[in-house]
Design a binder for this molecule. Structure first.
Ligand code: HAM
Length: 425
């Protein structure tokens, strides 16, 4: 029978991948909490409408990439391709719109998009992100960008380039859309099928097509940032001033339009030099002042970002910044009748002293268990043999130094600590 494997585009995370990803999440949560953000968990699946309305028909995500299925009651459900729409739904459903504003939330978890898998692009991938809802001031845009930037900096990642743009709002976007359509109209026959569809539904996406038929047509297309109304222009100016004041380097990228439809005004991405092509975005976000209404709620501004944890891990690994999985510092080998219980008690003592301790419950020979402890990287091995136990003691072996001594059970923790301290010095 063929062996069972993971589904294409999904993967197991373990060892250094898991350890590095955990580090990313710990730093991200710490940065969010330091700025008054509190955690939120939303369901992994929602009614399909949440995403089709929010992310928008005509986007790749909605048209081609959603994992949509009918449940047993015939309702259309979708595995979340992103979390902003869910968090905004939860903000209203949980009555958070009634309290002090803005509401600052952070989240993490798996997202699902049926994209063509390759390095840095998966069908199940992990994001962490924040949403700050209920305030339209540009200071909040600067706050979330600074939060994301600090998270990446705290990991020691170099080569991150922040791209910033403004894509206008309901006041100035319609006139800009017409200008863009005027630019592309004469070329409709040359454009790819997707772009011909986007021409009517969402012409902004035309600026982002990478196909050889369409990319050259972008030359000479008008940029959204050159056609902002005064309110959007002033919002954008204030954001840029704040980023300069915060010493956050950024590039103004007039072509940055993002792949999801809900953005108004600010759009940004963090690119990394070592990740090539369309997978170079470590994360991105922006403002979505029109999204609440699209979901059927009262008009409410918001801004946020999501970072791709898989890609950050990849970038850290390529920069030699992987985290090592936690190895055991101490291995206890019970090797006598009744030693197993004693071993577990001793392990509890050692853990109280903060030492990562494992008990080898196996019944193989002492020699092979010693070899195993060495392979695991244990710095100290504690052997509970018959001779030692009958004397109320254990043999404590310093794996690096090679010495071994018999120590009374009550003094093992102290002896182990001494060896580990010597090793760390
Ligand atoms: P997004 O740009 O679609 O934005 O995704 C954010 C990040 O998730 C990307 O920059 C990338 O690092 C990662 N990502 C996306 N797709 C994949 C994939 N197939 N495999 C691996 N990583 C991937 C959002 O999701 C918005 N919700 C961001 C946001 C929050 N806007 C406002 N608030």
């Amino acid at each position: 029978m063929p062996q069972i494997r993971t589904v294409a585009g999904t993967r197991d995370l373990f060892a250094a991948d898991y350890a590095t990803g955990s580090r990313v999440l710990v730093e991200a949560a710490q940065q969010a909490r330091l700025r008054g953000y509190s955690g939120i968990v939303t369901p992994i699946f929602e009614y399909t409408e949440v995403f089709s309305r929010a992310v928008g028909e005509g986007t790749d995500v909605v048209d081609k990439e959603m994992y949509t299925f009918e449940d047993r009651g015939g309702r259309s459900l979708t595995l979340r391709p992103e979390a902003t729409a869910s968090v905004l739904r939860a903000y209203f459903e949980g009555g958070m719109n009634q309290g002090p504003q803005p509401v600052r939330l952070y989240y993490r978890g798996p997202m699902f998009r049926a994209e063509r898998p390759q390095a840095g692009r998966y069908r199940q991938f992990f994001q962490h992100g924040v949403e700050a809802i209920g305030e339209s001031a540009p200071g909040l845009d600067a706050e979330v960008i600074e939060l994301a930037w600090s998270g990446l900096q705290s990991l020691g990642l170099e080569g991150v380039r922040l791209q910033v743009n403004s894509i206008g709002d309901a006041a100035c976007r319609p006139a800009y859309r017409s200008l863009l359509q005027d630019h592309y109209r004469p070329h409709l026959g040359e454009m790819c099928e997707d772009c011909r569809r986007r021409f009517d539904i969402n012409p902004l996406r035309l600026l982002d097509c990478k196909k050889p038929t369409c990319a050259p047509l972008q030359a000479g297309a008008p940029n959204p940032v050159d056609h902002l109304c005064e309110d959007c222009a002033s919002h954008h100016r204030s954001l840029k001033e704040a980023l300069v004041a915060l010493d956050i380097p950024f590039t103004e990228n007039p072509r940055l339009v993002r792949g999801l439809d809900y953005y108004t005004r600010t759009a940004f991405e963090f690119w990394h030099d070592d990740l090539k092509g369309s997978q170079n975005a470590l994360g991105g976000g922006g403002r979505y002042d029109g999204l609440a209404q699209v979901l059927g709620f009262e008009a409410t501004p918001g801004v946020g970002f999501s970072m791709g944890v898989d890609r950050i891990v990849l970038a850290l690994q390529r920069s030699g910044l992987s985290a090592a999985p936690p190895g055991a510092a101490v291995a206890i080998l019970p090797a006598a009748e009744g030693a197993a219980v004693q071993a577990m008690r001793l392990a509890s003592d050692l853990r109280l002293s903060g030492h990562v301790t494992v008990v080898d419950h196996g019944s193989r020979s002492l020699k092979s268990r010693m070899r195993q402890a060495q392979k695991m990287g244990a710095a100290v091995v504690v052997i509970l043999g018959e001779t030692e136990l009958s004397a109320g003691a254990a043999a404590v072996r310093d794996m690096a130094g090679g010495g071994q001594e018999e120590v009374q059970l009550g003094a093992v923790a102290q002896s182990v600590s001494a060896i580990l301290e010597r090793g760390a010095a």
